[in-house]
Ligand binder design. Structure first.
Ligand code: SF4
Ligand code: SF4
Length: 103
């Protein structure tokens, strides 16, 4: 490709795209119900099991995951977070939905 030396490169991302990061969020997705479908080493005291034997992350009365540090709004078990949390895509449709509903 021929490069025009007089053209100054610019960041072509739109403001809306650049805004979507976990740093500018309030852990909105950590109020969703998180089912445990694989064993990633989540400590037992953060796990709830229903009458059908299904396990999920425990949620506090206000809906937030019990493993969320409320001072830093960071996951306290990041290295052992559930598969669902690992696969939740920052900037994906569900992320945008949660931010739109909660920020
Ligand atoms: S909703 Fe999106 S931006 Fe907010 S914490 Fe979750 S993944 Fe990060
Ligand atoms: S386990 Fe961590 S990343 Fe997953 S919902 Fe709870 S606080 Fe958020």
């Amino acid at each position: 490709m021929k490069i025009n030396k007089h053209v100054i490169p610019i960041n072509v991302a739109t403001p809306a795209e650049t805004k979507v990061t976990c740093e500018s969020c309030e852990a909105c997705c950590c109020r969703l119900k998180v089912m445990l479908i694989t064993d990633t080493g989540v400590p037992n005291h953060f796990i709830e099991t229903d009458e059908y034997g299904s396990s999920s992350m425990a949620q506090l009365d206000d809906g937030w995951c019990a493993a969320l540090n409320r001072k830093t709004m960071m996951c306290m078990i990041y290295e052992n977070r559930p598969l669902v949390c690992r696969e939740f895509e920052m900037g994906g449709d569900e992320c945008i939905d949660e931010r739109t509903a909660n920020l």
